[in-house]
Write a protein of this length. Sequence first.
Length: 181
Amino acid sequence: MLKYFVIFFLIFVITEINASNKEKIIENLKNTKNLTFDFEQSINEKTEKGNCTIEYDKKIYCKYLNSDKILVSNGKSLVIKNLSSYYIYPLDKTSLNLILDKNFLINKITFLEEETKNTNYINYNFFENESEIKIFFDNINYNLIGWQMLDIYQNLNITFISSIKKNENIKKNLFNLPSQN
């Protein structure tokens, strides 16, 4: 009888810890208006670094280090620009659209089971629009710390973020789409 009690107790404790993590992640997302961070992004074994600002919902500005590349979304369109090229896409046709949608993430997380393959982070996996997306959260402060998805060219994109600042004052024109020149 004691054996069954111990097993039941352990299952209860693990379930409570998972529920607690999920609730803390959701609460943290609800309280986040914007994020500013450094990133390291790997696409097809090519690694780039830079810094970004996300404003929920669906706005992002990223400046890549060691290049003139920028990525900007005004919530409707996504522009990737460097000295020699200019690409514009409807944001809703990209997986980044889902990462930038705080309410979508909250709704997804509410019904997902967390995975903790690594003690440093909590991740949630889901399929949307025939793509698998993984999102990662810090297991101490419950901040978003990265994602893995297919990019607009169907390349595996793994992004880790660090030096995170939340709810900073940001320039209102930061998310204006750059001109094509």
